[in-house]
Design a protein around this ligand. Structure first.
Ligand code: NAD
Length: 275
């Protein structure tokens, strides 16, 4: 594990889910602070073009941005990307991967029980949700660790939601994945502390993003969250990006294994059951 002066290093952030929502805004915020970005996303059609345009925006800021448009939960894709990062590190002794962000939204939304059995989430959908939205965090961090790509003071973040603690209509599989994700974060915090690496979950308030829009009744939930929020507005991706940009400060590492709410106080109030 390395620990050199900040000025000597080329700092990189690996963002899983970099083309939209929280991942995208955090990539932008970190790029403005001088971080180079490895981004993984899964987009087709016009979204694919938008992702490439966003990559160019990052480069215009003056950092390097390398994007991979692949399924981040696939073992072969992960291995290929890790090999690429290794090759970059081999070429550049100042290369330091300081930040890893898991912000993948790829869950099956639907009920566990319905009179129409075809509507009920099945084993494949539940396992896919757990794999992409929770287990993949561990596989990525394990492979980065095994390949000596994490550094002293690296920071790991995973995006969780209030679903880890509450039941939300049609959100059962994602809720389970979020509970698992938070447990994984605690475990990473314990097992990686000897290497001076921290891991935290960020619990954002309800935010208008493409993934969230797929939750049935989302518009109503959003309006209610806004009314209930002490600041009378919804969370926006920039709120999370700013929180992460503060938490990456390497002078401070004493928050680890935590689930940090970034929601303007929204979760203090009990809104979800009233929707
Ligand atoms: N939006 C909310 O209200 C909210 C609140 C709390 C937590 N979250 C969590 O934040 C995370 C990000 O969600 P978002 O709202 O920013 O969604 P989003 O749809 O705006 O972004 C999702 C990103 O993940 C990428 N992606 C999805 N599946 C992928 C896969 N298999 N491989 C590679 N990339 C993939 C997409 O390309 C995109 O870049 C999710 O884990 C979500 O559960 C969202």
């Amino acid at each position: 594990m390395e620990n050199r002066n900040i000025a000597d290093r080329n700092l990189w952030a690996l963002i899983l889910g970099c083309s939209s929502g929280f991942g995208k805004e955090t990539a932008l915020e970190l790029a403005k602070s001088g971080y180079n970005i490895y981004g993984v996303h899964l987009d087709m059609g016009t979204n694919k073009e938008k992702a490439e345009q966003f990559r160019q925006v990052l480069e215009q800021i003056g950092v390097k941005a390398v994007f991979f448009n692949v399924n981040a939960a696939d073992d072969k894709n992960r291995a290929d990307i890790i090999e690429f990062i290794k090759s970059q590190k081999a070429k550049d002794p100042n290369h330091v991967l300081r930040v890893v962000i898991h912000s993948l939204a790829f869950g099956a939304i639907g009920p566990f029980f319905s009179e129409e059995s075809k509507e009920m989430l099945n084993k494949r959908q539940i396992e896919m949700t757990m794999d992409v939205m929770a287990n993949s965090l561990i596989y990525w961090v394990q492979d980065l660790f095994k390949n000596n790509l994490l550094a002293e003071n690296s920071r790991i973040f995973a995006m969780t939601s209030i679903g880890s603690e509450r039941a939300i209509i049609s959100y059962g599989a994602v809720s389970a994945a979020k509970a698992a994700l938070e447990a994984y974060i605690r475990q990473l915090a314990v097992e990686l502390a000897p290497y001076k690496i921290t891991a935290n979950a960020i619990m954002a308030g309800l935010t208008a993003t493409p993934a969230a829009a797929k939750i049935p009744g989302f518009e109503k939930m959003l309006a209610h969250a806004r009314e209930q929020n002490p600041f009378q507005r919804n969370t926006v991706p920039q709120d999370v990006a700013k929180a992460i940009s503060l938490l990456v400060d390497e002078k401070f590492y004493w928050i680890t294994g935590a689930t940090i709410k970034v929601d303007g106080g929204e979760s203090i109030l009990n809104f979800i059951e009233t929707v």
